[in-house]
Design a protein around this ligand. Structure first.
Ligand code: TYR
Length: 320
């Protein structure tokens, strides 16, 4: 791949790159930049998580070295369970990520508690804590913290630790959903004061769950990688998908972020009397056709179920 092709691949389907110029410079000067995503261990790995996994796969194709942080300490600080509970889930999550294509040969998996409890880490956290206001730390957790109407001190240590992760894992690029933006900005601002480089940050979209809210483990509105084929069919059938509406349409989002990245073209099967099957070569073509009312929501949903199950079949096979 040429540097231009790598950049195109890395930027495909993302919301934002901070900054474009820095990314271009990095890709032109470094053939194997380091990229990471951190995940709080979660009982269910859902299609929202998979969006960042897709981005890590893009980065691997573009020659990047990928680290996945299984952020057990962060989950603990953010009220997600006891230490033992989150650690156990981290193991399961690692299996899910491997099943999704992040092979162990090409991906470094790091458990937070394996390095975050050491002295070097702690000294850096404390040093950054001296220059981050309570207000800034709280705001950075707006979209990440659980029950932030009454934040615990642990949840204010959290974003500082996330910034120190970026430094001590020595990554060039931090990837995360757009909900990570404020923490990433904190890291960009404060890491140089501690003598670390400013990370490039890439933000992927937050996809909608079937109730129209952010897809999230706490909202119970997701398709998870270990759902059965029947679960997937059932959830898609119930999902909001108004004829012609392409805004906040969870089905269209599944096509955009999960199906088109894996297929050259997709076919919507339609009864002969309504014109027969239609093939679309790009998401844009599909979107235009749906917006123009040329595809019935039911036909769209049936196709979505078929492709998503094709994608998830091999993942389930490994997990079972
Ligand atoms: N903040 C991330 C989330 O919302 C988890 C995370 C934790 C990411 C530590 C990176 C990191 O270094 O799930």
């Amino acid at each position: 791949m040429t540097p231009e092709e790598k950049i195109e691949r890395i930027k495909y389907n993302v919301d934002e790159v901070v900054t474009d110029e820095e990314l271009t410079e990095l890709i032109k000067t470094n053939p194997s930049p380091k990229v990471y995503v951190g995940y709080e261990p979660s009982g269910r790995i859902h299609m929202g998580h998979v969006l960042t996994v897709n981005k890590l796969l893009d980065c691997q194709k573009a020659g990047c070295e990928v680290t996945v942080l299984l952020a057990d300490v962060h989950a603990y600080l953010n009220k997600k369970g006891t230490f033992e509970e989150v650690r156990k889930i981290a193991d399961y999550n690692k299996r899910c990520f491997i099943a999704l294509g992040l092979s162990e040969e090409n991906t470094k998996f790091v458990l937070g508690s394996d390095y975050q409890l050491g002295q070097e880490y702690m000294i850096n956290v404390l040093q950054m804590a001296k220059s981050v206001t309570l207000n800034r730390a709280t705001r950075s957790m707006d979209e990440v913290g659980r029950a932030m109407d009454n934040p615990m001190v642990s949840q204010l240590v959290y974003p500082i630790m996330q910034a120190i992760d970026i430094a001590l894992l020595d990554v060039d690029i931090a990837v995360g959903g757009t909900d990570q933006r404020k923490i990433h900005m904190l890291a960009r601002e404060h890491l140089p004061e501690l003598g670390f480089k400013k990370p490039i940050c890439i933000h992927t979209p937050i996809i909608s769950g079937f109730d129209g809210n952010k897809m999230s483990s706490s909202n119970d509105n997701f398709i998870s990688v270990d759902d059965t084929a029947e679960d997937v069919a059932h959830k898609i059938k119930k999902a909001y998908c108004q004829q012609g509406d392409i805004e906040n349409n969870p089905i269209m989002e599944l096509f955009k972020y999960h199906i088109f990245p894996r297929y050259e073209s997709i076919t919507i099967e339609k009864p002969e009397k309504f014109g027969g099957n239609e093939t679309y070569d790009s998401y844009t073509d599909l979107e235009t056709a749906f917006a123009d009312g040329k595809i019935h929501p039911m036909d769209l949903k049936n196709a979505c179920t078929k492709y998503l199950n094709e994608i998830l079949d091999p993942v389930r096979a490994v997990l079972l």
